[in-house]
Design a protein around this ligand. Structure first.
Ligand code: UD1
Length: 421
């Protein structure tokens, strides 16, 4: 099993460049099913999840390749298949994003239910209810969600919860429907806006992205397009927390600080000096961080994907912090790992009470999911002694060359590659 080895305590400073947004790239790649011509996407990160989406698309008949300049070209020369393979879908929930575009393009789709994961049950009922509202007949057959329609007809859809994935899947299902669809209580995340802008670049008519009401006027077909993905706000936020843990400064370059207002506000409340410019943030940590309370919420609230990383900063604050997770029901697997490094944490239902300690002590720990893995690396970087992070395939799903970029900031960090994991 590959591991990340960290010798903690080095002071870090310098510039780190943020890559393209994984959570924008994945639905946008799925959206390429809709285009009747080649699509060129730039700022697509080199991540395992991106590779998995390429394989899912390949199985559906959409060819993709990296061009010399790093852009990705996607095209479906000979029409699509309607069925995605379970072996791929079970490794990445975002594979389910292909259901909306397949339904729009072929009027039928058969996608294995992705199942739960380390952070919760994660059902897809909101996606399926929305497909039904557009006129599809939806059934569950042998572990697969099956949707069929003679025609999709635009309709008002009210989401029970502003689910990011459901909003995206339904936007893609509705772009070729007859008439107008409105999605109420839609998710407002920047990745939704990016997907809408991409669909519009292909000739769709989507408006209201970034607000709770998205309107989609169906069009007959979508064409070729060139599109550049937004920077990854969660990666940027992870590096901002790193900046708050060190005197730095750490300059987080090529990001959109406006997408991270909730994170910036909390880091400032903790005493960090965060200077935001249009496309970078300069972060300096204080002598000792101050405790804060946070509650994870849909955008523009504090992102659940930043909860584990901010918990690391809370662990070292002078006082008691409180963190409440409202988006996922089981997203505290990292708590036990942080306790192994000397943190003082107690879980009560969906809340963790964090009593600040002076320091972390290096220890062997595990990445329990993607963001929890990043949190363990942050903790290791400021710990006394050596930390070994296992299960780093989780980290590889969402952070490109994390070790290399941290080294450039002065970290003593290495990857130990071992086969047979
Ligand atoms: C996306 C992000 C993920 C992030 C999450 C919340 C991608 C690839 N992943 O995941 O990193 O943590 O948004 O910001 O973009 N739910 C239902 N029924 C549904 C759909 C969702 O009950 O049909 C529930 C989920 O179980 C969860 C909550 O709604 O508790 C939020 O899920 P959702 O917003 O859909 O997250 P994802 O799109 O899966």
């Amino acid at each position: 099993m590959s591991r990340i080895l960290i010798e903690g305590g080095n002071s870090l400073a310098g510039t780190v460049c943020v890559g393209g947004a994984k959570n924008a790239a994945l639905p946008i790649m799925a959206g390429c099913i809709l285009g009747e011509g080649p699509i060129i996407l730039s700022n697509i990160p080199y991540l395992n999840d991106v590779g998995t989406m390429q394989k899912v698309l390949e199985a559906l008949g959409v060819k993709s390749r990296r061009l010399e300049n790093g852009d990705m070209e996607l095209a479906s020369p000979g029409g699509c298949n309607e069925e995605a393979p379970y072996d791929l879908v079970k490794t990445m929930r975002a594979s389910f994003f292909v259901m909306g575009p397949l339904l729009a393009r072929l009027k039928r789709a058969r996608i294995p239910l992705p199942g739960g994961c380390a952070i919760g049950v994660r059902p897809v009922n909101i996606h399926l209810k929305g497909f039904e509202a557009l006129g599809a007949r939806v059934s569950l057959e042998a572990g697969c969600a099956v949707a069929m329609a003679d025609r999709l007809i635009g309709a008002p859809i009210m989401l029970d919860f502003p689910s990011v994935g459901a909003t995206e899947n339904l936007m893609m299902a509705a772009v070729l429907a007859e008439g107008t669809t409105t999605i109420e209580n839609a998710a407002c995340e920047p990745e939704i806006t990016d997907l809408g802008n991409f669909l519009n670049a292909m000739g769709a008519s989507v408006s209201g992205m970034g607000t709770p009401t998205i309107t989609i006027n169906g069009v007959q077909k979508l064409h070729s397009a060139k599109y550049s993905i937004i920077p990854d706000r969660i990666e940027a936020g992870t590096f901002m927390v790193l900046g708050a843990l060190f005197k730095g400064p750490i300059i987080v370059d090529n990001c959109i600080p406006a997408h991270l207002q909730a994170v910036v506000a909390k880091l400032q409340e903790m005493g960090a000096d965060v200077q935001c410019e249009e496309s970078r943030a300069i972060v300096r940590g204080p002598e000792r961080l101050k405790p804060v309370e946070i509650k994870t919420l849909p955008f523009p609230g504090f992102p659940t994907d930043m909860q584990a990383q901010l918990m690391v900063a809370m662990c070292l604050a002078g006082g008691t912090s409180v963190i409440t997770e409202t988006v996922f029901e089981n997203r505290f697997m990292h708590v036990a790992e942080l306790v192994r490094m000397g943190a003082n944490l107690s879980i009560r239902d969906r809340t963790v009470v964090v009593t600040g300690v002076e320091k972390f002590i290096g220890a062997p720990v595990n990445a329990t999911d993607l963001r929890a893995g990043a949190a363990m690396v942050l903790a290791g970087l400021c710990a006394e002694g050596k930390t070994e992070v296992g299960n780093i395939h989780h980290i590889d799903r969402g952070y490109e060359n994390l070790v290399g970029r941290l080294r450039l900031l002065g970290a003593r960090i290495d990857r130990l590659e071992e086969e047979n994991h």
